[in-house]
Each structure stands twice: as structure tokens, then as C-alpha cells.
Ligand binder design. Sequence first.
Ligand SMILES: C[S@@+](CC[C@H](N)C(=O)[O-])C[C@H]1O[C@@H](n2cnc3c(N)ncnc32)[C@H](O)[C@@H]1O
Length: 275
Amino acid sequence: MTPVEVEDVEIRLLLEGVQQVYGYDFRDYAAASIKRRLTQWLAESGFDTFSQAQSRLLRDPELFFSLLQGITVNVTEMFRDPSFFKALREQVVPFLKTYPFVKIWHAGCASGEEAYSMAILLNEEGMAGRYRMYATDIDEAVLQKAAAGVMPMAEMQKYTRNYQKAGGKASFADYYTARYDRAILSADLKQSIVFAPHNLAADAEFGEMNMVLCRNVMIYFKPALKERCLDLFDNSLLSGGFLCLGLKETLEKRKMSARYDELVAGTRIYRKRYG
Ligand SMILES: C[S@@+](CC[C@H](N)C(=O)[O-])C[C@H]1O[C@@H](n2cnc3c(N)ncnc32)[C@H](O)[C@@H]1O
């Protein structure tokens, strides 16, 4: 075996061990991406080989949590892909407004920017108090950041531009208070959001959702795990509900695609058919 093949075997064994000891299953994450991230984690953690890291890892939960953070990609931003949020505002909100109350699941919410963007949008459209969002992620450290609702001030210029391009109706500065190099989001944005841990590789669906967003998460998964996630979302959504994927993701060629229509081509916003 070449050193590269040995390393691949070591990674497989490590992921197997992690699954058995901690119950987190990363074996269905896309191989090239997980190898790249694990290699970076290995270099930072000071071990020479994955075999060397494994025995410590399986006995040391803190080391496991550093591995978890090494594996997950938490990159996100407010009003990420402004054209998507503009389409939500113009094409989806008119349907949501016809319901007395709506339930929304953000799967893989990272540090919460997507959910907070949605709260701003729904409040501006007169839906304050008429929605509940469940914002979930596998990574509890990132969920703590999400619940705090504090962001780097340095990002605010970019977020203001995104907000304007997404059709924002107020001034983005109305939604946060600047404190030194931090921006503290208004407390009223948090009122209708519940942040909670949820693992898409192992946990169950959320019942009776009007909308599910899972953007830029499944790109890191192998086809079987993508299919598991899509089944979860399908089982969570009511008829007439909306499924939103990342701009690089699609329902095409997926077995459930026959039950969904893309609302406007290219937006990756799908509506579940009735009946
Ligand atoms: C790139 S972020 C996407 C954040 C946000 N949806 C967006 O588009 O800006 C991907 C998130 O998926 C989460 N994730 C990865 N594997 C997961 C799993 N098995 N279950 C739930 N979340 C997961 C990561 O922790 C990370 O926060």
C-alpha cells in the first residue's frame, strides 16, 4: 500500500471509531472534502498520523469537539445570496401571509445569520409574531454563537449591501447596536427563533413545517446522506410547503422531485405539491 492508501484506511478507521464512541457519523461526508479538513485538523492538533490521534481521540471528548469543529464548515453571512432572499420576499412571502401562523426549519444554520435574515424579512413583511423558526446545527459551539446574536462589526458593510440587494425596506443599521468591534443584533429578532442541536445524519424530522431551508450543507455529503436529508425534509413539510436549497444544490434527479415544483427557475426554492 502507498502512504496515501494507508492514510485513507486510517481515516476510515478513525471515522468508524468516532461513530461508535460519540455517535456522530461522518462516514457519508464527501471523501475529498473530509480528508482535506481532517488533514488540516491533524496538522493543528500536533499528531503525526491519524492512527496516533485515534487512541487519544476516542478517550478525550474535548479532542473530539475540536475534531467536530475541524470537520464542519461554518461559513455563512447575513442575506447570503441576496437574489435568493429577494425571491423569498417577492415569491414566497405572499403565500406565507395567507396562513395565520408559519413554522420554519433552518437545517444547518451555523451561527444563525440565515435565520436572523429571515426574521428581518418576515418582520418587514408584517409577519412579526406569526412565525416560529427552528434553527438547528450539529455543532453546538456554533449554536452558542447563534444564540448570542453578536457579529463582527467589520462584516456590517457587506451585510448592509446584501440586505439592500435583497430588497430590504429599512436601514440595516436599525437591526443592531455597535459596541466596539461587535454588532449586537436587536433582541426582538431572537424572539421567534429556537436554536437547537440536530444531526442530519442521525436525528428525526421536524413535524408540520411550512418551510425548510437547508442551504450549503448537503454539498459536503455523499449521495446516500443527501437522500436521507431530502427524505427528512419531505416528511417535515406540509403540502404547499417550501423547500429552499443552496444555489449550487438541486432536486433534479432526486426521487422526490416529482412531488415538487421549482417556484422560479434557478432560485432553488421548491414548492411541495398538494395531494
Ligand atoms: C456552510 S454552513 C451553511 C450555513 C447556512 N445554511 C448558510 O447557507 O449560510 C454548513 C453548516 O452545516 C452544518 N452541518 C454539517 N453537518 C451537519 C449535520 N450532519 N447535521 C446538521 N448540520 C450539519 C455545519 O456545522 C455548518 O454549520
